[in-house]
Write a protein that binds this ligand. Structure first.
Ligand code: AHM
Ligand code: MG
Length: 335
């Protein structure tokens, strides 16, 4: 088969680095290590379901290795690889209560917040899941990093991205130079540039929210969703509902095809469900770089929130700019 000469993600990262003569290459190398972890997770995700068949009683596989749950596998893969990458001082993961310091002697100048496998309810049922990451420059001067290094505003991110394990595996990342998407060719084991310079449409076709929670929603959310379902040709309503229940997959669809995702606070969970540091903040960074917006249900910009805890939750409204603007008016009581 003839394969076109594609731009690999490593080539792309190095080319972006060239635009910054002052860059040391540490961020590029960090991303390269993270991408190896992502490919390892992708391979394991593709084997999901076979583990029980190939393994003995689900505990060990035919190589005699322990069969781990996928989210545990993803967490260990990123944590172990990145702790010795030499580019990080500290990490935080959705799967770990405390900070994860870099291995002694391997401390570097960046921090990493990650959700190893997001969309946990979809893991065992062969529906799209993803990995999300957020990178900041450290604040403390040297040695192993601390919580303080991780509790930084989203606006200060130096890079953010996600990997969606879908009908194919895709990586989407941004540094300062726009948002770019890469698709994994599993036969070569390389991510190739497939979606250069992604821009979100100004207005979308879809809305994504868990309507099963509507009995707990506050008034503005109910009214906004009702509004999206009304018929009005000029404003492209009614909108279509699409909800996978994996933030990465729902966000990815809205990024490419256009839409809005909402997980507001409600009567049961005033702060919503999603986590600021490794879910909302990196996706907000990507959304803004692609021309979209991300706010809370009281109109604060997600990227300007000062985090106070590693696993803090935040109400999230994210998507196409005009759609978020209209939602904001509803939540502010202006409509
Ligand atoms: P998780 O981190 O346990 O996977 O939870 C986060 C997920 C998101 O991917 C998704 O947007 C949301 O939870 C779905 O929640 P719900 O099942 O309440 O609709
Ligand atoms: Mg998650």
């Amino acid at each position: 088969m003839h394969r076109p000469l594609g731009i690999t993600v490593s080539r792309h990262i190095l080319d972006s680095q060239r635009l910054h003569p002052e860059a040391t290459g540490a961020l590029s190398s960090l991303l390269a290590e993270l991408i190896v972890a992502a490919k390892t997770i992708s391979a394991e995700v593709n084997m999901a379901g076979l583990a029980d068949i190939l393994g003995m009683s689900g505990k060990t596989n035919i190589q005699g290795e322990d069969v781990q749950k996928l989210d545990e596998f993803a967490n260990n893969t990123i944590k172990r690889r990145m702790a010795r990458s030499g580019f990080l001082c500290v990490m935080t993961s959705e799967e770990e209560e405390d900070i994860i310091p870099a291995a002694e002697g391997y401390e570097g100048k960046y921090t990493l917040a990650f959700d190893p496998l997001d969309g946990s309810s979809n893991i065992d049922v062969n529906v799209n899941i993803g990995t999300i990451f957020s990178i900041h420059r450290r604040l403390t001067p040297s040695g192993q990093g601390s919580k303080e290094d991780l509790l930084q505003k989203g606006r200060e991110q130096v890079a953010a991205g996600y990997i969606v394990y879908g009908s194919s595996t895709m990586l989407v990342y941004t540094t300062v130079e726009g948002v770019h998407g890469f698709t994994l060719d599993p036969s070569v084991g390389e991510f190739y540039l497939s979606h250069p310079d992604i821009r979100m449409p100004d207005r979308g076709k879809y809305y994504s929210t868990n309507e099963g929670n509507s009995c707990r929603w506050r008034e503005p959310m109910r009214r906004y969703i009702d509004f999206l379902k009304e018929e009005d040709k000029e404003s492209s309503r009614p909108r279509s509902a699409r909800y996978i229940g994996s933030l990465v997959a729902d966000f990815h669809r809205n990024l490419i095809a256009g839409g809005i995702f909402l997980y507001p606070g409600d009567r049961k969970s005033p702060e919503g469900k999603l986590r600021l540091l490794y879910e909302a903040s990196p996706l907000a960074f990507i959304a803004e770089k692609a021309g979209g917006r991300a706010i809370t249900d009281d109109g604060r910009s997600i990227l300007d929130i000062e985090p106070t805890a590693l696993h803090q939750r935040v109400p999230l409204i994210i998507g196409c700019r005009q759609d978020v603007d209209v939602a904001e008016e509803f939540f502010a009581g202006k409509r």
